[in-house]
Design a binder for this molecule. Structure first.
Ligand code: GDP
Ligand code: IMO
Ligand code: MG
Length: 421
């Protein structure tokens, strides 16, 4: 069975943890969009691993991980990530493949990302400053460089020189520091030599694997409401984070996908700017006081709020979510009452789907239903029936409101803190 795993909220739903868990039953794990803006945390046997570009399946020996054509790669960051993982005793060799068609992120993308944010002032997006938007911009404008260019030094240097000239003129006009061709050329060609053994046509690899009956797990990055088409535009990332992105970003056709699994927290978080109807100071303060909900990529405190079923219902529709993994249930353990947003009010109108226009979305007020809390620690629950009755009721209620089948409940960051229904 081939599974697409997507974030059903604004990212950081716990996708890395669930991927690591599900990899046990898969042969191959594929990242198909996003870049090192992603931060996927896996905690195993007391060690914390934060993956940015490498699929979270890498921790399981015997599995193959693929960075697909739809990902944008900062080669220097990727080399750093590979070396960091090796220091943590993660084996990386023939088990990692990198698409030769994936686009490359350059220092001028990061500089432009930063400059555009500065220019936006209070309307900034709050990006991760990893150059993701400008890199996808070059891809769409058909002026990007790809991994197949990087591994051919002559071709690469000539193309890079032209790009640096073009971008330095822009950076100069913005009053920003120009980029040195020599410096970038040297560091990127250095990274190219380290990455060369991994670079291949991953589309062909995946199709051969499908022919051989291998099971593939597609690891989404970011979340549904950060999707460039379906998210809270312009407060989004620059790729298709929804299920369709797994096809275009890997070259695996839609009819080979068997299941879409949506990952969502038992509450909601968002990092960066943009509308967030159920944002709430009480739950934010509680989670931050517990030392939770700080970003895996930038360390920023995540904004927190109540579970938003208007959002997750819409996510179910767009992605075709069949099954749900609900994470961080234990984050609600202390609460006496838990709120869930079932609808929005926009003026006097009750609405069931988030408005496309962000200016209207910020005017929406959530309509809540309250659930009694369980005020019992859930972190040691191994089976669904180990959970307190109120926690089980809550999980069933949010799954029903979301419109998909509850499949996994997660009660802690560890592999063993995962309940399968
Ligand atoms: P991702 O980007 O979707 O992979 O999620 P992140 O790794 O950025 O953020 C999720 C955070 O929640 C990480 O720190 C995980 O270790 C943690 N996590 C995941 N599931 C659970 C859970 O059920 N309980 C607790 N306490 N932490 C969890
Ligand atoms: P994972 O895969 C949460 C957010 C940024 C910002 C917006 C645009 O760990 O869930 P970008 O740098 O992509 O141009 O920033 O998207 N963002 C994420 N938020 N989790 C992520 O990834 C994110 N990747 C980007 O905070 O609001
Ligand atoms: Mg994350």
């Amino acid at each position: 069975m081939n599974t697409i795993l997507v974030g059903a909220q604004w990212g950081d739903e716990g996708k890395g943890k669930i991927i690591d868990f599900l990899t046990e039953d898969a042969h191959i794990v594929v990242r198909s969009q996003g870049g090192n803006n992603a931060g996927h945390t896996v905690i195993h046997a007391g060690t914390k691993y934060v993956l940015h570009l490498i699929p979270s399946g890498i921790l399981r020996p015997g599995k193959t991980c693929v960075i697909g054509n739809g990902v944008v790669i900062d080669p220097v960051a990727l080399v750093g990530e590979i070396e960091g993982m090796k220091k943590l005793k993660v084996k990386i060799g023939k088990n990692l493949l990198i698409s030769d068609a994936a686009h490359i992120v350059f220092p001028y993308h990061r500089a432009l990302d930063e400059q555009r944010e500065i220019a936006k002032g209070k309307n900034k997006i709050g990006t991760t400053k990893r150059g993701i938007g400008p890199a996808y911009g070059d891809k769409a404008a058909r002026t990007g460089l790809r991994m197949c260019d990087l591994i051919q030094p002559d071709v690469f240097s000539a193309k890079l020189q032209a790009k640096i000239k073009e971008n330095n003129a822009i950076l100069k006009a913005l009053g920003a520091k120009p980029i040195s061709f020599k410096e970038v050329n040297d560091t990127y060609l250095g990274a190219a030599e380290k990455l060369r053994p991994f670079v291949t046509n991953t589309v062909v690899f995946l199709h051969n694997a499908l022919k051989a009956g291998r099971e593939i797990l597609f690891e989404g990055a970011q979340g549904t409401f950060l999707d460039i088409d379906h998210g809270t535009y312009p407060f989004v990332t620059s790729s298709n984070t929804t299920a369709g992105g797994a096809c275009t970003g890997s070259g695996v056709p839609p009819h080979r996908m068997d299941r879409v699994l949506g990952v969502m927290k038992a509450y909601t978080t968002r990092v960066g700017e943009g509308p967030f109807p159920t944002e709430d100071a009480e739950i934010s303060d509680m989670l931050h006081a517990m030392g939770r909900e700080f970003g895996a990529t930038t360390g920023r405190a995540r904004r927190c709020g109540w579970f938003d079923a208007v959002a997750t219902r819409y996510a179910t529709m767009i992605n075709g979510i069949d099954e749900l993994a609900v994470t961080n249930l234990d984050g609600l353990d202390k609460l006496a009452r838990i709120r869930v947003c079932t609808h929005y009010k926009l003026g006097r109108k009750t609405i069931e789907v988030p408005p496309t226009d962000t200016r209207l979305l910020v005017q929406c007020t959530p309509v809540y239903t309250e659930f009694p809390g369980w005020q019992t620690a859930t972190e040691n629950a191994k089976k669904f029936t180990d959970l307190p009755a109120n926690a089980r009721k809550y999980l069933h209620a949010i799954a029903e409101l979301t419109g998909a089948k509850l499949r996994i409940a997660s009660v802690g960051p560890g592999r063993e803190q995962t309940i399968v229904l």
